[in-house]
Design a protein around this ligand. Structure first.
Ligand SMILES: [Ca+2]
Length: 291
């Protein structure tokens, strides 16, 4: 009986899918190595662990009584997932969620997302080796306290000068960390300092500062006129097919069309725009919504 009911539904949905594919421009974005595989942070989306005890992540503070911490309930993280959660009850001390990762000399990017009801937040990648002469270390910091547009710039912004962030919105942070010779481990910390408040952290990424980005676009029945890669907050495009000698002027792009952009700055958020010859725009984000 059930089969009889379900069969027509399955056929109907397959037909719909076929129609959708017939006119869908498809843009795929990949990096080498793949973005997720390049992430040295463990349990980056905080989906592993128990409610009061997220796997891998630990709390660092001199006054534990000032903080209520745990793994946020499903739905409180980005895209309805879980996240690191922290309540600072008073302004007496700082507290940070942290984990340590192995590193080699070179440039890394520490990035992720947070939301907050208010308060001063610091996200930093830090490490020190005092067993060698001279001692070496890194301390790369991103201070945040509000919802202004320049979050991708790792500079100090006086909290008092800003309006409060939207407590329901996740905001990105990112910071460049240059690891010197002699430093084999770095600690990723995210927390609140000397202000009461509540904060959530999610989708943490720590990996190479630059990756090669490959964009592939297919028209699936439509012709692609142009492909553009834009970095949020930066006016000049990272890539434009119109400037690419490999793309014949005044003609649609080959289908499929694929381009690799070398050394893309992983501090950035990118929008890939494919425009069809009919003037339709198709966009995807990198990193993607769930990254
Ligand atoms: Ca999550």
């Amino acid at each position: 009986m059930r089969l009889h009911i379900r069969t027509p539904l399955i056929v109907a949905s397959m037909v719909l899918l076929t129609f959708a594919c017939a006119s869908a421009v498809e843009i795929t974005v990949s990096t080498d190595p793949p973005y997720e595989a390049a992430n040295l942070a463990q349990n980056p989306g905080v989906e592993e662990g128990a409610d009061g005890d997220p796997a891998i992540w630990n709390l660092s503070t001199a006054v534990p009584a000032n903080f209520t911490v745990g793994r946020a309930e499903e739905g409180e993280g980005r895209n309805g997932t879980r996240a690191l959660h922290m309540i600072a009850h008073d302004d007496v001390m700082s507290g940070y969620w942290y984990q340590s990762v192995p590193v080699e000399p070179g440039d890394y990017v520490f990035r992720g997302w947070y939301r907050t009801t208010g308060g001063r937040m610091l996200m930093y990648a830090h490490g020190r080796n005092t067993e060698i002469v001279p001692p070496v270390g890194v301390d790369a910091r991103a201070f945040h306290g509000s919802s202004i547009a320049s979050f991708l710039v790792p500079v100090f912004i006086p909290h008092e000068a800003l309006t409060g962030p939207d407590p329901d919105t996740y905001y990105p942070f990112s910071v460049l960390a240059t690891v010197p010779e002699g430093l084999e481990q770095i600690t990723l910390s995210m927390g609140m300092y000397f202000t009461p408040g509540e904060a959530w952290f999610d989708d943490i990424w720590f990996g190479p500062a630059e990756l090669d980005l490959t964009v592939r676009v297919t028209g699936e029945g439509q012709q692609i006129a142009s492909l553009t890669v834009l970095r949020e907050g930066v006016e000049a495009p990272v890539y434009r097919s119109a400037d690419d000698p490999a793309c014949p002027a005044g003609q649609p792009l080959p289908d499929p069309f694929e381009v690799t952009i070398e050394g893309v700055d992983m501090r950035g958020t990118y929008t890939i725009v494919a425009e069809t010859t009919a003037g339709e725009e198709h966009r995807v984000l990198f990193p993607g919504e769930a990254q």
